[in-house]
Write a protein that binds this ligand. Structure first.
Ligand SMILES: O=C(O)CCC(=O)N[C@@H](CCC(=O)O)C(=O)O
Ligand SMILES: [Zn+2]
Length: 343
């Protein structure tokens, strides 16, 4: 078998910024596999179900657990051990950053979506790749069969720091649209009991799919960043099984919705680094979801103090080393699940 299909991840890593050739393979049950570029694999059943699903990993190259999960699902599809009922697009977003073993090569890809890749005079490979990825997602959703369909995108990540809540998802800003009860249940089945509600547009991949294509789209943080082979896959088993069920089962049944099982937080502040001398006012080993009280200093942006504005304000994704203008800290406050506008 061609290496494209015998080891899709290895072949992708050998073509780290893309490949102009396309490759096809038809499985014995008629499911068609089409490779559009390195890291870009469309799986199209002969009689597809009503869901169009995007599963992405390696937007950050050192977040290896999601890459291992996608690799294993893809290999099982090719070996005909994993059935696929719904059209699914796998995206290994930034193979060059996998090869480097780092979050990114030149620029954080997850700040380049919704056209951000083409703003200003900067050009680099990550910008080119983000633009191509946007096109692949558009092509995938737009080439779906006619009829009533549902779109999904789970952008799989792991976090730099320890977290007091191990698995959590970012729910992109909905512009006032209600939140999906079924999606909270899907995430819970993945072991993700915690959801952060963004309150404004972002330039992330998941916001792009949600906004442009009305997909149920999430950034899903499944654990902590570790090198290949050092992930405890048992901790990811529920997520992997639920993703496998998503692509293979006509419908997933999550039972009754139980609000108390979901821990929902709303964005309180996004603190950007605007000054070269940006400092966090807590130690490097302080975990995600550590809580601060109103008036406590969270960070120094130059000589401007950034304060917690609420009691019980939890810190997420603190990173003083981000590029100027980028988010250095997100803060969230708990909201009752019952207070959400759910559909
Ligand atoms: O642990 C960290 O500091 C970063 C983990 C990560 O890559 N998170 C995503 C979240 C994207 C979102 O807000 O939807 C990111 O920062 O890109
Ligand atoms: Zn990430």
């Amino acid at each position: 078998m061609n290496k494209v299909f015998s080891d899709f991840l290895a072949w992708t890593r050998e073509h780290e910024w893309g490949c102009d050739e396309s490759y096809d393979l038809t499985l014995s049950n008629g499911t068609k596999l089409s490779v559009w570029d390195s890291g870009v694999l469309e799986v199209s059943p002969a009689n597809p179900g009503h869901k169009d699903i995007v599963l992405s990993c390696a937007v950050h190259g050192n977040e290896t657990a999601p890459i291992e999960i996608c690799r294993d699902i893809i290999n099982d599809i090719i070996d005909e051990k994993q059935t696929v009922t719904h059209r699914t697009l796998f995206l290994i977003a930034n193979p060059a950053s996998i090869n480097k073993g780092e979050r990114f090569v030149e620029e954080n890809m997850n700040r380049l979506f919704s056209g951000e890749h083409s703003k200003g005079s900067t050009q680099n490979k990550e910008r080119e790749r983000a633009a191509k990825i946007e096109n692949y997602v558009e092509r995938f959703y737009q080439s779906a069969p006619e009829g009533s369909r549902e779109r999904f995108h789970y952008d799989l990540h792991t976090a730099i720091r320890d977290s007091k809540r191990e698995k959590f998802a970012v729910y992109p800003f909905t512009h006032g649209a209600p939140y999906s009860r079924q999606q909270l249940q899907f995430l819970l089945a993945c072991g993700v009991d915690t959801v952060l509600l963004n309150q404004a547009p972002t330039t992330t991949f998941s916001y792009f799919s949600a906004r442009q294509f009305n997909a149920h789209a999430f950034t899903v943080e499944l654990g902590k960043v570790r090198p290949f082979g050092e992930n405890d896959r048992a901790k990811f088993a529920a997520a992997e099984a639920t993703l496998r069920n998503l692509i293979s089962q006509a419908e997933q049944d999550f039972g009754p919705f139980e609000p108390e099982q979901h821990f929902v937080f709303k964005e309180a502040q996004t603190i950007n680094r605007t000054q070269p001398d940006f400092e966090l006012n807590f130690a490097d080993d302080v975990a995600n979801f550590t809580s601060f009280n109103k008036g406590e200093i969270l960070a120094w942006d130059g000589d401007k103090a950034c304060y917690a504005q609420h009691d019980g304000e939890h810190i997420i994704f603190p990173n003083a080393k981000v590029a100027l203008g980028h988010r250095a800290l997100l803060t969230v406050v708990r909201v009752p699940t019952e207070s959400l506008d759910l559909v």
